[in-house]
Design a protein. Structure first.
Length: 160
C-alpha cells in the first residue's frame, strides 16, 4: 500500500489519482506565486496576503488586520509586519471602516492589481479558456468538487 491506495480498490485508486492531480495544480500555483514574489521583491506571505485581500474584496468582506491574521494563520504581530511591508511597497492601503470610524480596512492598491494582472494575466487567460471549454454542467461539477475539497481542508487544517 502506497499513499493509502489499495491496488485492489479501483475506485479508491481513481479518487487518489484525482487528488494527486489536484496536488499538482496546487504545487504549480504555489510555484507561480513564488516566482511573482521573487520578481516583485515580495515575501511569499505577502503574496498570500494580497490574494486573500483580493478574495475578500470580491466577496464583499471587510478585510481588517485581524481578519487577515486569521486568514493567514498568523499572529497579529506577524500580520502587522506583512501589512507594513505591503503598505511600504504601495500594494495595500488602510481605509477607515464605513461602519466603525475607529477601525481600518485593508484595500489592495490599483497599482498592485495592475502588477498582478501583468504577471498572472496570461495564466488566468489560459485557465479561463480551459474552464470555458467545459459545459455548464461540467463547470458546476468542478465547482462542487473544489468546494468540497476546500471544506475537507478546512476540517483538517484548522485554517479558514
Amino acid at each position: 500500500m502506497r499513499d493509502g491506495v489499495m491496488p485492489a480498490d479501483p475506485e479508491r485508486a481513481a479518487a487518489m489519482e484525482l487528488v494527486h492531480r489536484l496536488r499538482e495544480v496546487a504545487v504549480r500555483l504555489e510555484l507561480a506565486m513564488g516566482e511573482f514574489a521573487r520578481t516583485t521583491g515580495l515575501h511569499g506571505t505577502d503574496v498570500r496576503a494580497l490574494i486573500r485581500l483580493l478574495d475578500a474584496e470580491r466577496a464583499g468582506v471587510d478585510a481588517t488586520p485581524s481578519w487577515l491574521a486569521q486568514q493567514l494563520g498568523m499572529t497579529s504581530q506577524a500580520t502587522t509586519a506583512v501589512i507594513h511591508r505591503l503598505e511600504a511597497a504601495g500594494h495595500v492601503e488602510r481605509v477607515r471602516s464605513r461602519s466603525d470610524g475607529r477601525s481600518s480596512q485593508l484595500q489592495v492598491s490599483d497599482a498592485a492589481v495592475s502588477l498582478g494582472w501583468q504577471f498572472f494575466g496570461p495564466l488566468l487567460d489560459r485557465l479561463i479558456a480551459t474552464t470555458e471549454a467545459l459545459t455548464p454542467g461540467e463547470q458546476s461539477l468542478v465547482t462542487d468538487y473544489l468546494t468540497a475539497v476546500t471544506s475537507a481542508l478546512d476540517a483538517t487544517s484548522g485554517l479558514p
